[in-house]
Design a binder for this molecule. Structure first.
Ligand code: CP
Ligand code: NVA
Length: 300
């Protein structure tokens, strides 16, 4: 494993190995143990979109590992004025030991990895969000004990989260269902792959998708960069909401996860969100542990 560009690049064993290390790092941290696994290593963090969790978890994560994180905003880098990613990659590779990138196009992350010589971590693109899904998988295993026999249901937009979640579910052996309106399906190639490699179902009916689910997942109707489509999306996604009725269709004791930020009253009701807040904020915390594990695997 040289990079984390998308979850599909990782084998099931590599994913489980990251999760095991993440569990270990979480345990150590809870016991006040901070081993400098990445002493003196420098991580660049390029952000072309906003972030709360990704930025703070990576920055504190590299610090806790004995390294140093550089926050690099698109507004300040020459990349924001048109310097090609090929050149930025070759320059930053001379200074840094690893880079995390949050941007729009998946190609940009892939190009950085192609032209640079340091590990690249995808901190979200329009196509996928692998770091988030590693934390999600960690949270599910922590609470359910294993992935065996579980079904995950995603309600809403077939976006970056849906794309990564279906890969994560199939790779760890969970069944996966998605309820989304016509025209908002996840990536067609990934859907084909999921059908061929796992137990996968796609429907327009939220009730059908949620039936018998152990994990209900949702995300915003309009992602970063889609602000202009807000009204049109509000119309398209009406009814694609995780609420008490959806929870009734799911299995007893079903978890609710949300990558955050959440829009109460849109993709999730305030009551369901608050009833599952412990799970959702564990999930947010686990970003830190999962990403520390990823950095250790890639930068050690
Ligand atoms: N879930 C997530 O990636 O959050 P941020 O956008 O705050 O980083
Ligand atoms: N789908 C959302 C996820 C945010 C973490 C977005 O891309 O904005």
């Amino acid at each position: 494993m040289k990079h984390l560009l998308k979850l599909g690049d990782l084998s099931r064993e590599e994913i489980l190995s990251i999760l095991n290390l993440a569990d270990q790092l979480k345990y150590e941290r809870q016991n006040g143990i901070f081993r400098p696994y990445l002493k003196g290593k420098k991580l660049g963090m390029i952000f072309q979109k906003s972030s709360t969790r990704t930025r703070v978890s990576f920055e504190t994560g590299i610090y806790e590992l004995g390294g140093y994180g550089l926050f690099l905003s698109n507004h300040d880098l020459q990349i924001g004025r048109g310097e090609p990613v090929e050149d930025t990659a070759r320059v930053l590779s001379r200074y840094l030991d690893g880079v995390m990138i949050r941007t729009f196009e998946q190609k940009e992350v892939e190009d950085f990895a192609k032209y640079g010589t340091i590990p690249v971590i995808n901190g979200l693109t329009d196509y996928c969000h692998p770091c988030q899904v590693l934390a999600d998988l960690m949270t599910i295993r922590e609470r359910k004990g294993s992935f065996k026999g579980l079904k995950m249901c995603f309600v809403g937009d077939g976006n970056n989260m849906a794309n990564s979640l279906m890969v994560g579910a199939v790779k760890t052996g969970m069944a996966f269902s998605i309820a989304c309106p016509k025209g908002y399906e996840p990536d067609a190639e990934l859907v084909k792959w999921a059908r061929e490699n796992g137990e996968f179902m796609m429907t327009e009916s939220v009730a059908d998708a949620a039936m018998g689910a152990d994990v209900i997942y949702t995300d915003v109707w309009a992602s970063m960069g889609q602000e202009g489509e807000k009204l049109e999306r509000e119309r398209a996604f009406k009814g694609y909401q995780v609420n008490a009725e959806v929870m009734k269709a799911a299995n007893d004791g079903a978890m609710v996860l949300h990558c955050l930020p959440a829009h109460r009253g849109e993709e999730i009701t305030a009551d369901v969100f608050e009833a599952h807040a412990d799970e959702i904020f564990d999930e947010a915390e686990n970003r830190l542990h999962a990403q520390k594990a990823v950095m250790c695997k890639l930068m050690k």
